[in-house]
Design a protein around this ligand. Structure first.
Ligand code: 5AD
Ligand code: SF4
Length: 448
């Protein structure tokens, strides 16, 4: 078995393998998926932070041996804790795990995790969940700040539009992403506290809030309920939310898009990729078809909604045909805006250990093609507004004298020659020009 540690390895892993060649092979795979998390092999169970028993069920005696070994591991753990050491994690894998499942934990409560052979690739996620329930952070190997990890900074009140954090953390464990490890599990702020903050923002002149969360639509108690509640706050005319996961886009939230006037017709709904093979490897928990049908239902509730997304190109194992599936999904969806990234290998995440890392030149070329298509769609969406009159919330002065900048309901930036006194107000603007990143308007009719 390879014992080479990942850079900065901090933890020790011991795998005891019982039975056949299949188990020997599986033990190696387990070591492979755990290595990026900073686990190096230990000499024995005594100095291991994580002990995996990869078990065999072929004879009853073999299963009994596992229970006696678990008793020994429990004692080792107690000795270690008594000596001031860290608590070890005990995992049962293999055929006994498959056959007896959670029963093992009833018979030996010292066991932290039982994992069947189909789930070895999920070990990093499963172990992170165990660590979380103990209030631990999984790994110190992750950079404290990651560019994909941070939410838009919650800012003080500087203008009429403000961010409001309602949810933090993520339970989704996409295999490329550090957030579930660095930010921990999903946590929702109580609705009362959020409403109180929204009221105080509105009293300070805020007219638009963007509800923030890594998985904002997983908000406990229902994001739609929270939105309906905030829509009643006097002075708050516009509500947005970001970022959402397709798996948490429930019927009620979709319906709210058709029913709540304050909820702006804009939705950031990352899909990451259009190939089901890649979506599976990403552990996204949805297919391309599921996403497209979801978009259809959202558009049925709110036909003019602006759809935005996130994409990753060059995920490990992405072939030309997978990338073409992403392009097809983009063509079908017709995005109003989007963020696209080249896959970046994050140490400690499951994808970083996956085979088939894509050559940078290939990823660069795919990214350029995707961005060209998304850019065309953005331009087309913006041009669709020309000639229409839309309410604009004026936020700040423009770069040129006499110019102010606001936002359309679709989150487009709107530039217009108009008095600075309009800042903080919402007024109808006729759109007479469209670029890729902004709209130009004329004729402010009346302020509301
Ligand atoms: N490589 C590239 N993009 C990433 N994102 C998150 N992790 C990675 C990574 N390792 C992107 C996803 C996510 C957005 C916030 O950042 O598209 O939706
Ligand atoms: Fe990361 Fe996926 Fe969670 Fe988004 S949903 S924060 S990409 S793990």
């Amino acid at each position: 078995m390879t014992t080479e540690p990942a850079a900065g390895a901090l933890k020790r892993l011991h795998i005891k393998t019982y039975g056949c060649q299949m188990n020997v092979y599986d033990s190696e795979r387990m070591a492979d998926v755990l290595r990026p998390l900073g686990y190096a092999m230990s000499d024995g169970p005594e100095d291991a932070d994580l002990v995996v028993l990869n078990t065999c069920h072929i004879r009853e005696k073999a299963a009994e041996k596992v229970y006696s070994e678990l008793g020994r591991l429990k004692e080792l753990r107690e000795e270690r804790l008594a000596a001031g050491g860290e608590r070890s994690t005990i995992v049962v894998a293999g055929c006994v795990a498959q056959a007896e499942g959670e029963q093992i934990m009833i018979r030996q409560p010292a066991v932290d995790l039982v994992v069947g052979p189909q789930a070895y690739h999920q070990l990093p996620e499963l172990i992170a969940r165990v660590a979380r329930t103990r209030g631990e952070r999984l790994s110190a190997d992750f950079a404290p700040e990651d560019k994909f990890d941070a939410l838009p900074a919650a800012r003080g009140v500087e203008g009429p539009a403000a961010f409001l954090t309602v949810q933090e953390g993520c339970d989704k464990f996409c295999t490329f992403c550090v957030v579930p490890y660095t930010r921990g599990g999903e946590y929702s702020r109580p609705a009362e506290a959020i409403e109180a903050e929204a009221r105080s923002l509105a009293e300070k002149g805020v007219r638009e809030v963007t509800l923030l969360g890594q998985n904002v639509n997983a908000y406990e108690g229902g994001l739609a309920n929270l939105i309906r509640r905030l829509a009643k706050v006097p002075g708050l005319d516009r509500i947005r939310y970001t970022t959402s996961h397709p798996r948490d886009m429930d019927e009620d939230l979709i319906a709210a898009h058709g029913e709540v006037d304050e909820l702006m017709p804009y939705l950031h709904l990352p899909v990451q990729a259009g190939s089901d093979r890649i979506l599976k490897a990403m552990n996204r928990g949805h297919s391309a078809e599921h996403y497209l049908r979801l978009i259809e239902r959202i558009r049925a509730a709110r036909p003019d909604i602006a759809i935005s997304g996130d994409f990753i190109v060059g995920f490990p194992g992405e072939r030309d045909s997978d990338f073409e599936a992403t392009m097809t999904l983009v063509r079908e969806t017709r995005y109003a805006s989007a963020f696209s990234f080249k896959y970046s290998r994050r140490p400690g995440t499951p994808a970083s250990a996956m085979p088939g890392q894509v050559a940078p030149e290939v990823a660069d070329e795919r990214l350029a093609r995707l961005q060209a298509l998304l850019g065309e769609q953005q331009q087309a969406f913006n041009e669709g507004l020309v000639g229409r009159t839309v309410p604009v919330l004026f936020e700040k002065l423009g770069r040129h004298a006499g110019q102010i900048i606001g936002r359309s309901p679709y989150l487009q930036s709107v530039h217009i020659e108009a008095p600075a006194g309009l800042i903080g107000q919402i007024a109808p603007v006729t759109i007479d020009g469209a670029g890729r990143n902004s709209l130009a308007g004329s004729a402010v009719l009346e302020a509301a």
